[in-house]
Design a protein around this ligand. Structure first.
Ligand SMILES: [Zn+2]
Ligand SMILES: [Zn+2]
Length: 391
């Protein structure tokens, strides 16, 4: 089985699928059209299909002899963005756009499903395909796990792909260890005492407390986290007051924290809390902190990542492997990979002759050759994870 050749033959179909999904983007947990198309194709290929998992998710299982259970996950949701591209396949839904590449992921997922079903003589085991809704902040992965997607049968290994415009098409990132950050949002409310802007001595000024707090928070990364470790503390909003001559009553800070390990996460969260509460106390104000955990860090298993790297090198040459592809962004496939050892693969989708638009940008688009590349790496990895001859 020459994987690259049989995937090439599917190339036009992959582009057609991707463009159809691109023209009809749907927000998280509203992917009814997308899920319907996916389910119909999977049923036609002979998969056992379950719809409505976590509202709009689709799970498809193909039992093909003895061997391990391997899952491959793609996400389906679009973003609330008005597409600014002038292309024949531009979004037909106002204010909705596939600006992260999840349209490409669905096409890759269907390509993988097609080839694995057509070439059952080339592998032995159980393939579990997961088409996940609501990756962009709608908790889709966690909801699917709550709906039992990791049981009956429980996967032994998990794969997931993301097209990646930062890297040119033809390259791949498969890095062992943490590759995407654990993320939380936080909100601090600083309560002071308002009054006349000309008589600050009669007030407890929350704006000054907020300013001191923002500055002090900069020391968490510089003084509490090892220079060899990785973390981010960002203040994204500072909201207080609206007049020239009034000291407001309160101030609100909002921000995000990103970390690669649980220990660092604990340290950063502790210091953020101490600084917010301590600065307020020092200034005679009061502060409360609310934390909103989003995703854990996404950690790639060393052994499975090594297998995927071998696949990339064998199919595309060792030069196609980009080292150390990691980001402080977050991704809820982390919930799956927290339970099942696996590999999250970055499939280069940027242009080779000019800078590619960033993910979540109104001009986002990909080099569609990434579709064939993504299918090839996943299919060959699945074949090696579920070999016919296990010696
Ligand atoms: Zn995204
Ligand atoms: Zn994404």
């Amino acid at each position: 089985m020459d994987v690259l050749q049989i995937v090439q033959e599917l190339g036009d179909q992959l582009v057609a699928w991707r463009r159809d999904f691109h023209m009809h983007p749907e927000l998280g947990l509203e992917e009814h059209r997308s899920a319907g198309i996916v389910a119909e194709i999977l049923r036609g290929l002979g998969y056992r299909v379950q719809e409505g998992v976590a509202q709009t998710g689709v799970v498809a299982v193909l039992e093909n002899g003895p061997g391990p259970v391997v899952m491959s996950r793609v996400d389906m949701d679009a973003l609330p963005i008005q597409e600014a591209n002038d292309v024949p396949y531009v979004s037909q839904n106002p204010g909705r756009m596939h600006a992260c590449g999840h349209d490409a992921h669905m096409a890759i997922g269907l390509g993988v499903a097609t080839l694995m079903a057509q070439h059952r003589d080339a592998w032995s085991g159980t393939l579990k395909l997961i088409f996940q809704p609501g990756e962009e902040g709608a908790d889709g992965a966690a909801l699917m796990i709550k709906d039992g997607v990791l049981e009956d049968p429980r996967p032994d290994v998990a794969l997931a792909v993301h097209v990646w415009n930062k890297n040119p098409v033809g390259t791949f990132g498969a890095t062992a260890g943490p590759v995407m950050a654990g993320a939380e949002f936080w909100e601090a409310t600083i309560t002071g005492k308002g009054g006349h802007g000309a008589m600050p001595e009669q007030t407890v000024d929350p704006v000054v407390v907020a300013a001191l707090t923002v500055n002090a928070l900069q020391t968490v990364i510089s003084r509490n986290v090892s220079a060899l470790d990785t973390a981010v503390v960002t203040v994204g909003a500072l909201l207080s007051g609206d007049a020239f001559n009034v000291v407001p009553d309160s101030a609100t800070l909002r921000g995000t924290i990103r970390t690669y390990s649980l220990e660092t996460r604990d340290t950063v969260l502790r210091r953020v809390r101490e600084i917010i509460e301590g600065t307020a106390q020092m200034m005679g104000a009061e502060a409360t902190l609310d934390l909103y955990p989003l995703t854990p860090a996404l950690v790639n298993d060393a052994k499975i990542t090594a297998l995927v790297r071998d696949v990339v090198a064998d199919l595309f040459g060792a030069d196609a492997l980009k080292e150390d592809v990691r980001t402080m962004g977050s991704e809820d496939a982390a919930f799956f990979l927290q339970e099942i050892p696996g590999c999250f693969i970055f499939v280069g989708s940027g242009y080779t002759d000019r800078e590619a638009p960033a993910h979540h940008n109104a001009h986002f688009d990909i080099d569609e050759r990434a579709l064939v590349n993504g299918v090839a790496v996943v299919v060959e990895s699945l074949r090696r994870l579920m070999p016919i001859d296990r010696g």
